[in-house]
Design a protein around this ligand. Structure first.
Ligand code: MF3
Ligand code: CO
Ligand code: CO
Length: 268
């Protein structure tokens, strides 16, 4: 077997993809990011999260792609929409957005067998100063993590960069959920923690594909999952935010597969 074409696995079970695989990830990532760009005008006070999800379902279908979340462990929607104190995995429904709400919309699509997974924050109307600060710090924390992605660094360096930045702003990093390897599968090793110590964890190597998706709370980091078995909320009811990119380690740094085509990753 030609080992170079098949890729290989590290001792930590992390797949090393080939040079030509980056193009597949970029195609999937571009579609997920374009969908998040195009729903932006729909995020207004009075809209329901179910309407936003229905539009996403249609866009995935129109692109000839597949939703990775419909049918995933029984989940039935093309997106997760997490409003205010919902940390992640909010289920779209009939709830109407109101002025000042912050929400994360998370979309994962499959294009030609490759997974593109990204989420970002939106604002319904005008935000309070504290909500705006939370969204900004969470966005910037993701990019602190992405800046740590280069061969020779470790996964602990990514987590540390995020945690140090968030805690310097007196906010907290959620521990109960993490990023993940992805590629031709949705969730693969490693668990990408958004906290940690420099130099710990597996070494980053070219060919590794994974998400970084920090969840940041204004209050304490603890979460709980509601009776629907999906919706994760902050235990103290404090506001929570999240941004997610799918990335690949390159020879000299990082490639972001899920960049916004319209430059609209940040809501403001
Ligand atoms: N897209 C989420 C992630 O970032 C996973 C959602 S799984 C679902 O990993 F079933 F809740 F949609
Ligand atoms: Co993800
Ligand atoms: Co996601």
């Amino acid at each position: 077997m030609d080992d170079r074409r098949q890729g290989r696995m590290t001792k930590d079970g992390i797949r090393i993809y080939d040079r030509e695989d980056y193009a597949g990830m970029l195609h999937a990532g571009e579609l997920a990011a374009r969908i998040l760009d195009e729903i932006a005008p729909l995020v207004v006070p009075g809209a329901t999260t179910g309407e936003i999800d229905a539009t996403i379902t249609q866009m995935v279908q129109d692109a000839g792609a597949t939703s990775a979340t419909i049918g995933y462990k029984g989940y039935q929607h093309a997106s997760c929409i997490s409003v205010n104190h919902v940390v992640c995995h909010g289920i779209p429904g009939d709830k109407r957005l109101k002025e000042g709400d912050i929400l994360n919309v998370d979309v994962t699509v499959i294009v030609d067998g490759w997974f593109g997974d990204t989420s970002r924050m939106y604002a319904a109307g005008t935000l309070s100063r504290k909500a705006e600060r939370l969204v900004q710090v969470t966005h910037d924390a993701l990019f602190k993590g992405i800046e740590a992605v280069k061969p020779g660094n470790t996964f602990g360096d990514i987590g540390h960069a995020i945690q140090a930045y968030v805690e310097a702003h007196r906010m907290s990093v959620v521990r109960d959920f993490c990023g993940h390897g992805l590629g031709r599968v949705f969730h693969a090793p490693p668990n990408v923690l958004h906290y940690g110590r420099p130099g710990t964890g597996p070494l980053l190597e070219p060919g590794m594909f994974f998400t970084i998706e920090p969840m940041v709370n204004l209050g304490r980091p603890e979460t709980k999952v509601l009776a629907d078995d999906w919706t994760a909320v902050t235990r103290d009811k404090s506001l929570s935010a999240q941004f997610e990119h799918s990335v690949g380690v390159t020879e000299d740094g990082v490639e972001i597969f899920t960049q916004s085509p319209g430059g609209k990753f940040h809501p403001t």
